[in-house]
Design a protein around this ligand. Structure first.
Ligand SMILES: Cc1cc2nc3c(=O)[nH]c(=O)nc-3n(C[C@H](O)[C@H](O)[C@H](O)COP(=O)(O)OP(=O)(O)OC[C@H]3O[C@@H](n4cnc5c(N)ncnc54)[C@H](O)[C@@H]3O)c2cc1C
Length: 425
């Protein structure tokens, strides 16, 4: 099948939705593609059905009224030439021709390997939160959370509210850095209020800074975790461990499209245009900044893509969210100890069962791929790539299609439909 549009938006999180609304309202033919079955992205997952979040409700109704077309379950797997995307949708494939593109592919959790991290019962921090929101029974289950930043608090609040027993919230950042970050929030009243509400709901739950997981233990599934808590070792019996250290932007498509990436984020100008003309980027791919950054940059890109002026108010809002994003990046930067937790037997790549010891002698990611099959499995290095960067400083610059696992047929341009025969007059 083939599709064409003025503007294609990849990702229907807050960033993609804001861009699509602004451009469609200005009269552009906008097509939004998302791998998920509903719009909303990570933060508003399920809100299209539940409608519990006021901001989400506002944007989702605006999107529905905007005239933008939405294709759910549409996974963009390749960008073989400028103006063309190859997309997999269930059992069928789609080629999309576009004039402009907005990249809004969001972020994923950063996993760093430690002994036992592949045991059943060990998940990401936000991954566990998402499962609980989607119905994972958590009542009376003992949970330890180890990670960093505001998402740790958000996950704990969800688990606590669903009846889970949060034994410990372990924040890796040193106390001075953590409380220094919290003190800066007076400049962002919304975030301060959000943090205060979450903390109030968690009164009585043990929280420690300068704390991280050393080992997950268990025979067939997680039974306990060994933790470093403020410099002392502790073992806690538990049913679930949520462990991940902040987020990393999803940059595979940006790299396939040829966008410049610097310090782990796509480089854009003040119209959110990347170094590739007519390709814009918004939200977490610009560096982790959360929902506010996604909305502001999304609106700016949608206006720019439809040749409208970007109001000064949006430009100032963009500067403000950047300051927050930079402070968050400093706070969430994983401490060096986290890169030294894996033993030679610890798996680094869980798709291909590659232990740390198999990488001995490898000088870069290419060698690790060729000689040890690191990142060659189903997730294509989406998990172990960030770990390899943290452990060895190897970055994944040479992305090749497909950027998500795909059928071979999806990498071929679908045939043109046969011409309709002319009727004899
Ligand atoms: C697991 C997880 C849970 C989170 N939970 C919260 C939370 O509870 N509260 C909070 O404030 N923040 C949360 N965040 C942070 C979140 O990144 C931001 O708040 C916000 O959602 C960012 O918006 P965005 O539009 O940049 O990206 P996202 O909301 O992440 O949207 C990106 C979208 O792009 C789609 N996509 C990516 N690649 C492709 C592709 N190749 N083809 C098709 N579609 C693609 C994804 O399916 C996704 O829907 C979470 C992040 C993660 C990773």
């Amino acid at each position: 099948m083939r599709e064409a549009c003025d503007l294609v938006v990849i990702g229907a999180g807050p960033g993609g939705l804001a861009a699509a609304c602004r451009a469609a309202e200005a009269g552009l033919d906008v097509l939004v593609l998302d791998a998920q079955p509903e719009p909303g992205g990570q933060v508003w997952r399920g809100e299209a059905r539940k409608g519990t979040n006021r901001l989400a409700r506002r944007w989702l109704s605006r999107f529905a009224a905007s005239g933008a077309r939405f294709r759910p379950g549409a996974r963009v797997v390749a960008a073989p030439e400028p103006g063309l995307l190859l997309v997999e949708e269930g059992a069928s494939s789609l080629a999309v021709r576009y004039d402009r593109l907005v990249l809004a592919t969001g972020a994923r959790e950063r996993f760093l390997p430690f002994p036992g991290w592949t045991l059943p019962g060990v998940l990401g921090v936000s991954g566990l939160q998402v499962l609980v929101k989607d119905g994972l029974p958590i009542r009376d289950r003992r949970v330890v959370l180890a990670g960093t930043g505001p998402l740790l608090l958000a996950a704990a609040a969800t688990i606590h509210a669903h009846g889970g027993e949060v034994l410990l919230i372990a924040e890796q950042a040193p106390a001075a850095r953590h409380w220094g970050f919290a003190l800066q929030l007076w400049r962002y009243p919304d975030k301060l209020l959000q943090g205060a509400v979450l903390s109030a709901g968690l009164a009585g739950v043990r929280t420690a800074t300068e704390s991280w997981v050393l080992e997950a233990r268990g025979e067939r599934r997680l039974e306990s975790v060994r933790m470093s808590v403020g410099g002392r070792e502790e073992e806690l019996a538990c049913d679930y461990l949520g462990a991940a250290w902040g987020l990393v932007p999803n940059l595979e498509l940006a790299r396939l499209l040829g966008c410049e990436v610097s310090r782990g984020a796509v480089v854009v100008d003040d119209r959110m245009e990347t170094r590739v003309p007519r390709v814009h980027a918004v939200g977490e791919v610009l560096g982790i900044g959360g929902v506010d950054q996604a909305l502001v940059t999304g609106e700016m890109a949608g206006l720019a893509a439809s040749e409208q002026p970007v109001p000064d108010a949006l430009v100032s809002a963009w500067r403000r969210v950047r300051v927050f994003a930079e402070a968050l990046a400093r706070h969430d930067a994983p401490r060096p100890e986290l890169s030294r937790l894996a033993t030679p037997q610890t798996l680094l790549c869980r798709c291909e069962d590659v232990p740390l010891s198999a990488l001995e002698g490898c000088q870069n990611l290419r060698e690790a791929r060729l000689y040890a099959r690191l990142g060659m499995g189903a997730c294509q290095g989406r998990t172990c790539g960030a770990a390899a960067e943290a452990l060895f400083g190897w970055s994944a610059e040479d992305v090749r299609p497909p950027c998500l696992p795909a059928r071979i047929g999806s990498l071929r341009l679908p045939p043109e439909p046969p011409p309709t025969p002319k009727r004899a007059s």
